[in-house]
Design a protein. Structure first.
Length: 554
């Protein structure tokens, strides 16, 4: 019965800890969504800045796994170079050590107090910022309360001879024991899929006196290897560069652990000297009050030292993972895919990826317009096939972006992020419709062996086509750059183009009645004019969606 109580108390504490971590992470992401976006947009080839970006993002999301999954997604989408990605991964390893310091704070008995203070603004406040602060307090309280439960669950094991005999091998100060602890820490992190949770369990075990500081330090090293598995799994099915980024994370952590493993006894003594109070000092109730800070310090020192050591060799690491992960000749063009589980996706970064994909769609529309105009001047079956190909590509991109953002919108996000997501879905839908009508224009022309447009009709139509496309560029102005849009001017231009289209159709019907053109061309010409008028309407919808996209958070 005692064993069952230990198990359910531990599992309950772990569940509360997990929920607290998720609540705190989600609240921090929502509160700092703008910060994350600005930090990502500041990425350059500067490796030190990339490390800083990794630190900041991971401190906000409280998970190096989420950051590395984000990096894999960025590399896969072409938003980030491999060397940038490796720099961010270096930083994520440092950023995740903040979690250890939060856990090590001796405020477990105040967990319920923090829960009480946070739950009311989280549930009842109408102010978004206050609500997020409440969620953060509630999450932190749950973390401390969960740790307190786990520590309490482990206390009876201190007097359980069978358990102590079972783990006695791990408690020996020998390299065999250290290696076994590293492997155990790695495997358990792979199973739990959270290095933060494993760190919490390690601190709970050490604080209860079940394991010593040396064993805990070795477990932490193993956890650093285990956490790379998430990114490796997320890279399956992605581009070659994305696989390289995930493997760089794994090799970086493995190399760092191997270096530290060779001097682990000296390292443990150094931490003992660095942090006040003996790590394995036990007080009257049998707990070890100093060990949590020592474990947090060992976690931080390992990642900071490894980053400083490997940062000068970042280029070598990039070349190494490039060599072991060669390019595939048959690799197809990149697709916007949801990398990793939905819970690992940061809404702020997903929106950046979707935004880039929408801009790629606009570039394809630019090319479609140029070749469509060429086809009207001189019909060519190759241009016709290319137009159909572009139309199929835009169809696929619109579906990918829509499915991608709909899955991301299942995650907690701010009201501003929700508006941005909806706006991008609307924009790509309108872009896809514009591609359809450009494809229809050349298809209408292809019905006849001879040119449908000749003489006055041709010059009028091509001029109108240029005006419609100029209007499309005007509508997209706020999307391709940060310039403000004058919607009143857009509405006036749209109405002028609508009237122009009606006038063109009337004039052509008049010319047909005078037998200047073949009557069969009248219907086709009318359809072609309507297609341009529809493009105008969809461009107008794009302008309205961009206005929603650019609307700043209140």
């Amino acid at each position: 019965m005692e064993t069952f109580k230990i198990i359910y108390t531990f599992l309950g504490g772990l569940g509360i800890f997990f929920y607290g971590m998720k609540t705190m992470s989600d609240a921090l992401q929502q509160a700092a969504s703008d910060v994350i976006t600005k930090v990502i947009n500041s990425l350059t080839s500067n490796r030190v800045l990339a490390v800083v970006v990794g630190i900041i993002v991971t401190m906000i999301v409280q998970s190096s796994s989420v950051t590395t999954v984000m990096v894999v997604g960025f590399v896969n989408a072409g938003l980030m170079q491999l060397t940038q990605a490796i720099g961010v991964i270096f930083g994520s390893n440092i950023g995740t050590t903040v979690t250890g310091w939060i856990i090590s704070i001796k405020v477990g008995k105040y967990g319920l107090l923090l829960i009480g203070l946070g739950i009311f603004p989280a549930l009842f406040s109408k102010n978004t910022r206050l609500k997020n602060i409440g969620k953060v307090l509630f999450g932190v309280g749950m973390i401390f309360f969960g740790l307190e439960l786990m520590s309490g669950a482990f206390k009876p094991l201190r007097t359980n001879n069978e358990f102590l005999n079972m783990i006695s091998y791990f408690s020996e100060n020998s390299y065999g024991s250290y290696f076994a602890s590293i492997i155990t820490g790695c495997l358990l992190t792979v199973i739990i899929q959270s290095s933060s949770a494993m760190l919490g369990i390690t601190i709970a075990l050490a604080s209860s006196g079940i394991i010593g500081f040396s064993t805990a330090a070795a477990l932490v090293l193993g956890e650093n290897i285990g956490t790379t598995i998430t990114a490796l799994l997320a890279s399956v099915g992605t581009s070659t560069n994305a696989k390289r980024a995930a493997r760089a994370h794994a090799f970086f952590n493995i190399f760092g652990v191997l270096v530290l493993f060779s001097i682990l006894p000296v390292y443990v003594e150094f931490i003992e000297w660095l942090i006040p109070g003996a790590a394995d000092l036990a007080i009257e109730d049998g707990t070890h009050p100093n060990v949590a800070a020592h474990i947090a310090a060992s976690h931080t020192l390992f990642n900071v030292t490894a980053t400083l050591l490997f940062l000068p060799f970042l280029g070598i690491l990039a070349r190494f993972v490039t060599r072991i992960t060669p390019d595939k000749e048959e690799e197809k063009s990149k697709h916007l895919i949801l990398v990793g589980e939905t819970d690992d996706i940061l809404p702020a970064t997903a929106i950046v990826q979707a935004d880039l994909e929408a801009k790629k769609m606009k570039d394809i529309l630019e090319r479609m317009f140029k070749i469509s105009k060429e086809y009207l001047k001189a019909p060519d079956h190759k241009i016709l096939a290319k137009t159909h190909d572009y139309e199929r590509i835009t169809d696929n991109m619109q579906k990918e972006v829509t499915v991608f953002l709909c899955k991301v919108m299942e995650r907690p996000m701010s009201e501003y992020q929700s508006r941005q997501s909806q706006a991008i879905i609307k924009i790509v839908d309108e872009f896809e419709s514009i591609a359809d009508y450009l494809d229809r224009i050349v298809t209408y022309q292809s019905r006849f062996q001879e040119k449908t447009l000749t003489g006055t009709s041709e010059s009028e139509y091509l001029k109108f086509m240029d005006e419609v496309w100029e209007f499309f560029q005007l509508c997209c102005q706020g999307f391709t750059n940060n310039s403000a849009q004058d919607l009143d001017a857009v509405f006036k231009k749209s109405e002028a183009l609508r009237l122009w289209a009606d006038d063109m159709r009337d004039k052509h019907i008049d010319r047909v009645s005078k037998r200047e053109y073949n009557p069969l061309t009248a219907l086709t010409y009318s359809d072609m004019v309507v297609a341009l008028r529809k493009i105008r309407a969809h461009a107008m919808n794009v302008a309205e969606a961009i206005e929603m996209y650019k609307d700043h958070e209140v």
